[in-house]
Design a protein. Structure first.
Length: 270
């Protein structure tokens, strides 16, 4: 695992900002002129952040600049010779001429920009204003919690482009809303508003946009109030609970609680 966070030039290449303040890390998608459209470089730099995040970070907030979360993939990168590619950006269109093995390896690398947000050593929070489309929707779904402003709009646009969601969004979407609703959302590529997102368990909120920063601060304070290992152990238990049988879950609960009692006894004894 790398110990060096991406430097300013690398962050700028991915159109990202990163601020680490004690237990809180804030990642901001920083391409407001294009509604924070993402590129393969964005995904690679996100993975680099995840690989080097300081161990004492307890909450990771992901948000977008300029009043919107992310309009998804920069679609100029879907066209061979598109403006993104000519500007030196890695292009998704390059995959069209790749072998199956090369294509799979590239997508695997892109996915790593999303999967690290599920690490139970911290709680990740997507703060969604405006649009979260395609890759933007999947980035939000990669986070443990989605806090939606009242103007949030979610859309899985891939099927309308003849593609599938491939940035690890399918699993958390099914886990949150169930298979039938997840299929309907993906297959129709329709937009889900903030109120519906909250009603079906996709997001917390909705929060009035003017109150969003205060709501984020309150949530971060609440998430960091408990002892860090208690939150990490609980997160790990919940993350895999749906796939485990009851006996396995009971065992893991016992083991986790034993560790907690041992730590608390040590704290009280000290």
């Amino acid at each position: 695992m790398s110990t060096d966070l991406p430097d300013a030039d690398r962050l700028a290449a991915g159109r990202l900002r990163l601020a680490v303040d004690g237990v809180l890390a804030t990642i901001t998608l920083d391409k407001p002129e294009a509604r924070n459209a993402q590129t393969p470089t964005t995904w690679r730099v996100l993975a680099e952040i995840g690989a080097a995040l300081p161990a004492d970070v307890r909450v990771v907030v992901v948000r977008g600049a300029g009043g919107t979360f992310s309009a998804g993939l920069d679609r100029t990168l879907l066209t061979p010779g598109g403006s993104g590619a000519s500007g030196g950006q890695e292009s998704v269109a390059d995959l069209l001429t790749a072998s199956d093995e090369e294509m799979s390896a590239a997508i695997d690398a892109y996915q790593r920009g999303f999967t690290w947000l599920r690490d139970p050593r911290f709680v990740s929070v997507a703060v969604v204003e405006g649009h979260a489309i395609g890759a933007g929707f999947q980035l939000a779904l990669s986070c443990d919690l989605v806090l939606a402003a009242d103007d949030a709009r979610f859309c899985m646009k891939e099927t309308a482009l003849g593609l599938v969601p491939d940035l690890t969004g399918t699993k958390p979407l099914v886990e949150r809303v169930g298979y039938p609703r997840a299929l309907e959302i993906c297959a129709t590529a329709r937009t889900v508003g903030a109120e519906e997102a909250a009603r079906i368990g996709l997001a917390l909120g909705p929060v009035p946009a003017a109150e969003l920063d205060g709501a984020v601060a309150e949530l971060v304070t609440a998430l960091t109030a408990a002892l860090p290992d208690a939150v990490r152990e609980t997160t790990a238990l919940l993350l895999g609970a749906a796939e485990r049988d009851l006996e396995t879950q009971r065992r893991l609960e016992r083991e986790a609680q034993t560790r907690r009692f041992r730590e608390l006894a040590g704290l009280m004894g000290g």
